[in-house]
Unconditional design. Structure first.
Length: 115
């Protein structure tokens, strides 16, 4: 059974940083494309960043060089380093694992950017 567990969310001041982590189990992690998505209240879920099994990365336009996604296949983990956070980054952040028709989500971690 696929399980994705996010951690690292919390309250941070504008301009601050957070590092999100997602621990995966129940999958052959190295084969999966991994991603971070976010959803603010009343809004759709948007792609934040993704990293393929081969290590290629893609970012949402709003990231503008502030975030970095990475993965550790040995530990079966994916990370999202977020810098220069602002109030518009406030959302629940979800980890996603996908390969072929298989698509799994974590429960999400709340990120709140506020002074």
């Amino acid at each position: 059974q696929v399980q994705l567990v996010e951690s690292g969310g919390g309250l941070v001041q504008p301009g601050g940083s957070l590092r999100l982590s997602c621990a995966a189990s129940g999958i052959i992690f190295k084969l999966y494309n991994m991603g971070w998505y976010r959803q603010a209240p009343g809004k759709q879920r948007d792609l934040v960043a993704s990293i393929t099994s081969g290590g290629s990365t893609n970012y949402g336009d709003f990231v503008k060089g502030r975030f970095t996604i990475s993965r550790d296949n040995a530990k079966k983990m994916v990370f999202l380093q977020m810098n220069s956070l602002n109030s518009e980054d406030t959302a629940v952040y979800y980890c996603n694992a996908a390969v072929g028709a298989r698509n799994s989500w974590g429960q999400g971690t709340q990120v709140t950017v506020s002074s």
